[in-house]
Ligand binder design. Structure first.
Ligand code: CA
Ligand code: CA
Ligand code: CA
Length: 1012
């Protein structure tokens, strides 16, 4: 009775959890001192009890049977082969063994067959899928945010996959722990999904108090889960004041919070090595693109070509040929600095026009790597660009013009330039070890014939040669273009020209992107002197603004809006003629100007009506209009392809050829899109980090009552037990998590190993040596076998923290191999089977039931990893309203570990089987029995569908013999043949109700739902 009382007290205390509201009840209770709490003591050096018995297979049995002898209970007999193989399969894989495998195993005479089976099952990838589920329960993993909006997290799965992989490769547990706390510091970015796996309140009001509270809750979640997962301590209870029972102070809580203070929830690009398969796919796609571009060449316009500009990017195979294999591409980094991807350009240089990357080659001194053929006739100015930024690049790349384009004749070559490819155009910039675009360098005018080629040849120095955009500009004007511009944007465009003094400026439109009346929301004319201001909005300077005609009918569109300083559709001008129109500004006095800016809708909402073909003129002293800029000097617009794939019009082709060429262009578009996709870094819901300001203790846990600054130092209860860390309040964010993780995995740590071996034990036997796997504090249960727990923890550490080694140890014990049948005399002493006089049978989890139904019916899709499947209707509501799908199909037939877990929602069929929703850590699943379970399992459309498939499969395997099919069904699901009574009943049932109904009955049998 006393024992019962002590136990129930433990339970009640545990169930009530941390004791804030228990305070009055326990006002006299004092928290334990570190030396009083059993779990904080160093691992004891235990001697293994030696027992002479054939029922002892390894040291575990010594501990277990020693206790059984004390209580006067005999161990159970060893379970039969059929039971053992079923138990092992369900325990390690969560899947049933195939009936044939069961048969072979039972007939096998090899005395090593049991050990061999363990090895086989541990080596299978199904093992990681099964055991990852256990871990995900503990770390409260889910695929949605929870709270009011409960949006899905499409990219959380990277962490789930990390756990599966780690288990399958038997990653040492100390490493596994370290990576989840600080994986970003050691190439395991995705492991930090652990830190941010908890719920996330995305509704951030404008109230700063509320925001503080939300952030405090986030951090408390991280501290709490880290404490319970790895330490088995309810540290979260010390948020408001010192822990009521365990030696954890409030300052311990905030010290641990300071470790995580810089962790931010959200999605970010993941740093992951690109897999070999992916690299291969990239190379393959690039090759296909080159092939299509080669086929397209024949549709190019022929004859004498004298375009004003020719843009030849290094990756545009319309112009470029390779002499040997390229090494790869240098992708310009994101950023607005010179040479970076988003470099907007300046008065002195063009914006980034590289198309995002350059090509790089092994530098072969004097040898051509690439040729550019523009197929133009006459004098052209050559603008060169290349990839720069690295000290490995050659300092003297040579650019030659080969007149006849024939590589074997060399006396027709003239030198265009020798270029230092380490630096930007004209020797500007510095070597910063980033793949930059050089910008354009004017290399003078040269005479071209249609067969002429520009050869890019290796220099005498350096290991790398690069190629990028080359532009030819027809040399019929004395002044070259000041700046080249990207394609027209609907938002805002700039047109720069050499400074000019004028009294009038005219902007003339010849074409729009969709063939209707052009629209401009604001036109700016910028002075080249003084503060370089927009003169168009200075009404005092302007004599008149006129146009070709104005769109009528809407007050949103007026001529007066062209220079009212406001942007967007509501403040714009529209012409009254399709495709065309002009605007003319006249100043009172001549102005010196250098730039015009204009756009369709700076707000980005409207993209139609955008001028695609236009020119800008100024009036000279004689009253003549002179063109200063036009769409011609912009990067050529895409004429046919959407993805930048063609640079020539198809107007010269007949309709048949046009349609063939269009097909090529379409293919090219798709391939280019695919390539872009392949090159994208995947995004993941994992930890993001920033340097935090010092952490402060919050009085009563209230984020509005900050008190003293708290530094990241190790928890006080472990002083002198574990090597400590003590960082200062401003220490770098990463150092904090590294120090904490190192501290956690120190072999002297009394909790890390104890907690983990107990979890492993818990999942094998259905109950831990400590029955509260995430609470090793005073509120938790005491271990039933303390010496065994310490011995296992010691083995765990000395065997390199190998989880699989722990499985082997446990599975090889006689204790695990016992039969599970109840025995009256044993039950009278130990009804709960805590002393393990038998193997405790237990009901399977929701996941195992569903997976096995799919397996039996032949529908299970074994595809591993990647985005999960969703058992709810797609949903775009701001606050998601998750409605279970009526019908499931093939893509939902993967193992349930790949099911997207939505917080606060349950799967309509299997949720009833105590499936946690990731709202909080679930270290110990309930195993309830409710009528709803039977109802779902018998009547749901899922069961009907699966039972139907199961019966179809059975008939197929038995050549439509119902009699054979029902036997095979029985064997497949129960791993044994039916007895006479069972087979008679089954036959009668099938006759009356059909095979599919019989399969439904099988799915509802206890023998299927329980692990024996
Ligand atoms: Ca390029
Ligand atoms: Ca030649
Ligand atoms: Ca405007």
């Amino acid at each position: 009775m006393a024992r019962f009382f002590r136990k129930s007290k433990q339970w009640i205390r545990h169930l009530l959890g941390c004791g804030l509201f228990l305070f009055p009840l326990y006002s006299n209770a004092k928290a334990l001192k570190p030396e009083q709490l059993w779990s904080l003591q160093p691992l004891s050096q235990t001697t293994v009890p030696k027992i002479k018995s054939e029922k002892v297979r390894n040291d575990i049995d010594g501990f277990i049977q020693n206790k059984l002898i004390e209580k006067g209970i005999a161990p159970s007999p060893r379970a039969g082969d059929a039971t053992l193989i079923r138990r092992l399969y369900l325990d390690l894989h969560g899947l049933l063994p195939p009936p044939q495998t069961v048969k072979e195993y039972c007939e096998d005479k090899d005395p090593q067959k049991y050990s061999k089976l363990i090895e086989k099952l541990l080596a299978s990838p199904r093992y990681g899928e099964r055991w990852a589920r256990h871990w995900l329960d503990v770390v409260r993993y889910a695929d949605s945010n929870g709270f009011e909006t409960n949006h899905e997290r499409k990219n959380a799965y990277h962490y789930r996959d990390y756990v599966i992989r780690s288990l399958n490769q038997d990653k040492p547990y100390d490493q596994f722990v370290f990576e989840q706390i600080a994986g970003d510091t050691c190439g395991a970015d995705e492991a930090t999904g652990f830190l941010v796996a908890g719920p996330n309140d995305t509704v951030r009001g404008k109230d700063p108090l509320l925001a503080k509270q939300q952030r405090a809750n986030e951090l408390a979640d991280m501290v709490g889960v880290t404490g319970s997962t790895f330490l088995g301590l309810t540290i979260g209870c010390a948020r408001c004041h010192d822990h009521k029972f365990d030696p954890v102070s409030q300052s311990d809580f905030f010290s641990m919070q300071s470790v995580f203070e810089g962790v931010v929830l959200g999605e970010r690009p993941i740093n992951q090595e690109i897999s070999k398969e992916k690299l291969q796919k990239i190379a393959q796609t690039e090759e296909q693109i080159e092939e299509i571009e080669a086929s397209l060449l024949q549709y190019k316009p022929k004859g004498k070509q004298v375009p004003r500009f020719v843009w030849m990017d290094d990756q545009d195979m319309t112009f470029v040929s390779h002499f040997y294999k390229k090494n790869g591409h240098g992708d310009n980094p994101r950023g607005k600095a010179r040479g970076f991807l988003d470099d907007p350009g300046s008065a002195k240089h063009s914006p980034n026009l590289s198309g995002g990357s350059y090509t790089w080659w092994t530098n072969k001194s004097g040898e051509p790597a690439v040729s550019y053929q523009a197929a133009v006739e006459g004098m052209y100015r050559v603008w060169l660009s290349w990839g720069s930024g690295w000290s490995t690049h050659t300092k003297d790349a040579r650019y030659l013009l080969d007149q006849d384009g024939k590589i074997e004749t060399t006396d027709d070559r003239t030198e265009i330039a020798t270029i230092n490819q380490q630096l930007l155009a004209n020797g500007a910039g510095k070597i910063i070890s980033k793949p930059l675009w050089s910008g354009l360098q004017d290399c003078g005018t040269h005479s071209f014939s249609s067969s002429s080629k520009i050869l890019v040849c290796g220099g005498n120095s350096g290991g790398v040669l690069t190629t990028d955009l080359i532009i030819l500009e027809r040399a019929d004007k004395s002044v070259p273009v000041r700046r080249f511009e990207p394609k027209v944007k609907s938002t805002l465009n700039e047109d720069w020209f050499h400074p000019v003094t004028t009294i009038s400026v005219r902007f003339t439109i010849g074409q729009t992107n969709n063939g209707i009346e052009p629209c401009i929301d604001e036109l700016g004319i910028w002075s080249s002197e003084g503060e370089r201001a927009n003169l168009a909005t200075r009404k005092a300077l302007i004599k008149s603004v006129t146009s070709s005609g104005n769109f009528r009918g809407s007050p949103k569109h007026k001529l007066a809006h062209i220079n009212d300083g406001k942007f967007g559709n509501d403040h714009s001008w529209i012409s009254n003629t399709k495709n065309t129109g002009w605007i003319e500004f006249t100043f009172k006095q001549p102005q010196r100007i250098e730039r015009v800016t204009w756009g369709r809708d700076k707000n980005g909402k409207y993209k139609d009506r955008t001028p695609s073909n236009y020119y800008i003129e100024v009036k000279n002293e004689k009253g003549e209009w002179i063109e200063v800029a036009s769409s011609a000097s912009r990067k050529p617009r895409v004429i046919e392809g959407k993805n930048g794939s063609t640079l020539f019009a198809l107007d010269h082709l007949d309709s048949e050829k046009k349609s063939i060429a269009r097909k090529f262009i379409q293919d090219l578009d798709e391939k280019k899109k695919a390539l872009d996709e392949l090159k994208k870094k995947p995004r993941a819901w994992i930890g993001s980090f920033r340097q935090p300001s010092p952490t402060r203790l919050m009085h009563r846990g209230d984020p509005l009552s900050p008190r003293e600054v708290i530094s990241p130092v190790s928890l006080s209860a472990f002083t002198q037990r574990v090597p400590e860390y003590a960082l200062d309040e401003n220490s770098p964010e990463k150092e904090r998590r590294k120090a904490f993780a190192q501290w956690l995995i120190d072999p002297k740590h009394p909790l890390t190993a104890r907690v983990m071996v107990n979890r492993i034990w818990h999942y094998h036997f259905g109950r831990g040596i400590v029955a509260t796997p995430s609470d090793f504090g005073d509120m938790g249960f005491r271990p039933t076998h303390p010496e065994l727990l310490d011995w296992l923890a010691g083995e765990f550490i000395s065997q390199g923290w190998s989880i699989k080694q722990m499985h082997r140890l446990i599975l090889q014990s006689y204790t695990y191999q016992q039969a599970s049948e109840p025995r009256t005399e044993a039950i009278s002493i130990d009804a709960g089977t805590e002393l393990l006089w038998r193997f405790p049978p237990r009901r399977l989890e929701a996941e195992a039931i569903r997976d096995n139904m799919l397996l039996l019916s032949g529908l299970l899709d074994e595809k591993m990893y990647g985005p999960g499947f969703l058992l709810f209707e797609p949903n775009a509501n701001y606050a998601r309203n998750w409605i279970p799908k009526d019908d499931v199909d093939e893509k939902d037939f993967r193992r349930m570990i790949y099911n997207m877990r939505i917080r606060m929602e349950q799967d309509s069929v299997f949720g009833a089987f105590d499936c946690p929703d990731g709202g909080q850590s679930a270290p110990n699943r309930a195993r309830s029995t409710t009528p709803l379970q039977a109802l779902n399992l018998y009547n749901s459309s899922f069961t009907e569908k699966i039972a139907d498939a199961f019966s179809q499969k059975l008939l197929k395997q038995t050549d439509d013999s119902t009699k054979q099919a029902l036997l095979l069904g029985f064997e497949s699901i129960f791993g044994r043949e039916p007895n006479l009574q069972e087979s008679t009943t089954a036959s009668r049932y099938v006759e009356e109700h059909g095979l599919a109904a019989y399969c439904r009955v099988l799915f509802n049998a206890n023998e299927f739902l329980f692990m024996p």
